[in-house]
Design a protein around this ligand. Structure first.
Ligand code: UP5
Ligand code: MG
Length: 196
């Protein structure tokens, strides 16, 4: 794809910063196709007959990033509707790329991103949200031990991706500690200022 054909916005932020929640708002108001790498991996994990199920479960529980640069992208392409002719498709890619090699691979082989939305949130706030969600979510990684590992991976492996985009002037950073509504107001302001 070229940037004339599609608009790609990467939506990054720590575990529990609110990417999924705010994505739902953005889909409603801005017509994005939402692709969550984590959701796609969980769907593949649960798909009957998947040869990757056990492997994905282990990566998710350990808070590690699956090694393939292309797997989430492949899942995404498989599940993506074709846009109507003459319209520009808009993709909101949530929780990807979270490793430098994934970022380079995606931008070189799929499409360069237009913008990177980054939800900035302290760990104590994210932890409280995830533990609360863990009471009902059934997610393999919403427990204290996995959360600790996810935070570590985020700091060591995924923040460098954000820093790299920041150095390229692509990042819109939003404080994510407020209410869902307050955070969304800031998200909207950020993307509208950039004209996306
Ligand atoms: N909540 C949200 N916003 C709130 C607010 N403003 N005030 C109060 N509460 C708020 O929100 C989390 C919880 O907080 C919810 O209960 C929500 O109601 C509440 P959510 O919107 O779900 O946050 P999100 O940032 O999406 O958190 P998530 O847990 O999904 O983030 P992760 O980045 O950890 O999870 P993801 O699904 O992206 O990845 C999971 C795993 O998949 C990774 O750890 C990794 O093992 C694997 N993975 C790969 O291997 N490769 C990839 O490319 C991607 C993922
Ligand atoms: Mg999410």
């Amino acid at each position: 794809f070229s940037s004339e054909e599609v608009t790609v916005v990467f939506f990054l932020g720590g575990p529990g910063s609110g990417k999924g929640t705010q994505s739902a708002n953005l889909v409603k108001d801005y017509g994005f196709v939402h692709l969550s790498a984590g959701d796609l991996l969980r769907a593949e994990q649960l798909r009957e007959g998947s040869q990757y199920g056990a492997m994905i479960k282990s990566y998710i529980t350990e808070g590690k990033i699956s090694p393939s640069t292309s797997f989430p992208t492949r899942c995404a392409t498989r599940s993506t509707p074709t846009p109507a002719p003459g319209t520009k498709a808009r993709f909101l890619i949530d929780g990807f790329p979270r490793k430098l090699d994934q970022a380079v691979f995606f931008e070189q082989t799929v499409c360069p991103s237009e913008l990177v939305l980054f939800l900035d949130c302290p760990e104590d706030v994210m932890e409280a949200r995830l533990l609360k969600r863990g009471e009902t979510s059934g997610r393999d990684d919403d427990n204290a031990e996995s959360i600790r590992k996810r935070f570590r991976t985020f700091v060591e492996t995924s923040m460098p991706v954000v820093d790299d985009f920041e150095a390229k002037g692509k990042v819109v950073k939003v404080q994510a500690t407020g209410s869902v509504e307050d955070v969304y107001a800031e998200v909207k302001k950020g993307i509208e200022e950039r004209g996306v």
